[in-house]
Design a protein around this ligand. Structure first.
Ligand code: ADP
Ligand code: MG
Length: 621
């Protein structure tokens, strides 16, 4: 009975059990891909405003975007018909045929954003074109238009979306804390604002203006966003060829930081993430900065849209280049050039092939009069010819590798994640032989005699295990003792990093860090875990932020577990450090009381055990 009723309600010919989804449900499902959280809507709306040619764009946020996201622009506006059309799925003014896809210069083109937003929020749109006397007002929610009328309004468009996911409670519950969502919003805002320096941008959150970015030069925009510490510390990069142009700025080596915060790549005005290109820039800095620090940069690449495929990622942050290696070499060479030109690089050391190395443009430093000649010929022309092979390593800069690299001391091989190895599965309870001195080898290994034989302990890995268990205990109830810092240290962070740290504060407190927000993206470190060397606190927090950014998408571990792993790893005694008898003894004793003394949290062995039986056998006894 019920079954028949359902069938007769369906809009199409009766099939047995298959039905077409009602539009609003189909839209809700499709919206999941485009609008995952408030920041996705922020990105789409800001990009629409930029596409509409606005010179002023204002973003208004309430309750981290959960209550309201509004974008007001003075762009070209829409006609009444277009305003209504804009909310249809696949409605776009930006492509008409498949060829357009390869010429696309605008930020949007899929025609999905507004339809998605209207499916999962309550939307109000006001829009007017310059040639129209009156504008259009539309109210739409759950994909249904509830009002459309003429209205008096300014030229441009104002869209506000309220109560995101009001009709999809499962998604709404999935949203993170306000600081976490806010951090993502700030990130998206910054990316769009950096891509369009000549456009005025402002951002207001809960009635307070948090960004006010006057239109200006690229450099002014960068300093406005990244902070005045970059003033006078930026080196300009600017190279043009037939194939592509690159321009923007890299920070002088002294601005390199322990966290990866200030690294931005834009391709045809679109922010992109690329570990590969990042590697190219870092490589250009080579020996100029410490291995564990990151150069700041804001670089823009413009090239023929047919050379890239933006369509590979639904939210379009990753792109595929037609010829990645050329781009890599070009970016690296351009940055090296810029550094050399400003006499920052001690010498030119290009890893290009010898033929290219020989070119004047690289073998001689740039002088002003040569600069022009070189940019129209010379090195950069060679990039227009395909297959001018350069010596480029494969892309092995995956995040995981990086995360490991991060903690390894110079000269040490990064560890790879192995399955837990038990040096001796039939391990007896470990017990040191009383009154027998321990011996340190190469400032890395400790030899300890045990009742059953001896252990070769890796000091760094062993200590990592010890700290990991200690922090885990504290995370599960046994609060770590804190030592007050004698002189509270202040920490100033970029906006996005500050939001990030705010989110971590409660968990940091559990393991003994007392860090307090101090307004204006700064923090005061009041106390640190009792067993951490004072003086190290700022660095250790910067490291943590960097780690977390890399691993924020890793869902295998809880936030707290990630924090504990990071802390254990970064605070462990490093290889290369000389230890006293007392320290070695403490390390061995601490290790032996661990629940799993034989492996690090990531599964590397912490020691090798040589039993007397085994040794006897080896000597044929
Ligand atoms: P897309 O940007 O991919 O085309 P959207 O759903 O974001 O798809 O927008 C649909 C269309 O609505 C756009 O192609 C554009 O014509 C119009 N539109 C959206 N936002 C604005 C705006 N702020 N000003 C003018 N036109 C807009
Ligand atoms: Mg769009």
């Amino acid at each position: 009975m019920l079954f028949l009723q359902t069938l007769s309600n369906s809009r199409f010919t009766v099939s047995d059990i298959i039905q077409l989804l009602p539009d609003n449900i189909a839209n809700q499902i499709a919206a999941g891909e485009v609008i995952q959280r408030p920041c996705s809507a922020v990105k789409e709306l800001l990009e629409n405003a930029a596409d509409a040619g606005a010179t002023e764009i204002r973003l208004v946020i309430t309750d981290a975007g959960k209550a309201l996201i509004q974008v007001i622009d003075n762009g070209k506006g829409m006609s009444g018909t277009d305003a209504r059309m804009a909310f249809e799925r696949h409605a776009t003014s930006k492509i008409r045929n498949i060829e357009d896809l390869f010429r696309i210069k605008t930020m949007g083109f899929r025609g999905e954003a507004l339809a998605s937003i209207a499916a999962v929020a309550q939307v109000e749109l006001k829009t007017k074109r310059a040639e129209d006397e009156l504008g259009t007002y539309i109210e739409i929610a759950n994909s249904e238009v509830s009002k459309q009328e003429l209205c008096a309004c300014a030229v441009g468009t104002s869209i506000s979306m309220k109560n995101l996911f009001f009709n999809v409670p499962a998604r709404r519950n999935f949203l993170k804390s306000n600081p976490a969502e806010m951090r993502h919003i700030v990130e998206e805002f910054i990316r769009v604002a950096m891509a369009f320096p000549t456009v005025f941008f402002s951002m207001t959150s809960n009635g307070q203006e948090v960004f006010h970015l006057e239109s200006g030069s690229l450099k002014q925009r960068i300093v406005q966003i990244l902070g005045s510490q970059y003033n006078a510390r930026l080196v300009s990069v600017n190279e043009e060829t037939d194939y592509m142009n690159i321009y923007g700025f890299v920070g002088k080596p002294e601005t390199a930081r322990k966290t990866r915060g200030d690294q931005y790549f834009f391709v045809n005005s679109r922010f992109i993430k690329s570990a590969y290109l990042n590697h190219a820039v870092s490589g250009a800095f080579d020996e100029m900065i410490a291995k564990d620090s990151f150069p700041g940069y804001v670089l823009y690449i413009d090239l023929d849209p047919s050379q890239i495929d933006i369509n590979v990622h639904p939210t379009k942050q990753e792109i595929k280049f037609e010829d990645e290696k050329i781009i890599y070499a070009f970016v690296q060479a351009a940055v090296k050039h810029a550094l050399a030109q400003f006499s920052i690089a001690p010498s030119l050391d290009f890893t290009l092939n010898p033929e290219i190395q020989g070119l004047d443009a690289i073998s001689k430093p740039f002088t002003n009069d040569k600069k022009e000649a070189a940019s129209s010929s010379g090195l950069f022309k060679t990039f227009t010819q395909k297959n001018q092979a350069h010596f480029i390593e494969g892309n092995n800069t995956g995040e995981l590798k990086h995360w490991k690299d991060f903690f390894t001391t110079p000269g040490e091989e990064p560890q790879t994640s192995k399955q837990p190895q038990t040096p001796n599965p039939k391990r007896q309870t470990l017990q040191l032989v009383a009154d027998t001195p321990l011996l340190q080898l190469h400032n890395t290994y400790v030899i300890a005699s045990t009742t059953a034989g001896f252990l070769l302990v890796h000091q760094q890995l062993a200590h990592e295990r010890v700290l990991y268990e200690r922090y885990s205990l504290s995370a599960h109830g046994r609060q770590m003792p804190t030592q007050k810092t004698m002189f509270p240290v202040t920490l100033e962070l970029a906006g996005a990093d500050a939001a990030f740290l705010t989110e971590l504060l409660p968990d940091l407190a559990v393991i003994g860090y007392q860090v307090e927000p101090f307004g204006n993206n700064s923090f005061v470190i009041q106390g640190i875990p009792a067993d951490i060397l004072a003086g190290n606190e700022k660095h250790s927090i910067e490291l943590l932020i960097e780690q977390f950014k890399h691993f924020s998408s890793d869902i295998t571990f809880s936030k707290r577990e990630k924090l504990i792993r990071c802390m254990a790893r970064q605070q462990a005694i490093k290889s290369g450090q000389a230890l006293t008898q007392k320290e070695m003894l403490a390390l061995a004793e601490d290790l032996f009381t661990c629940n799993s003394p034989n492996v690090t949290p990531t599964g590397s062995p912490t020691y090798l055990e040589f039993t007397k039986d085994y040794l006897d056998k080896m000597f044929g006894r």
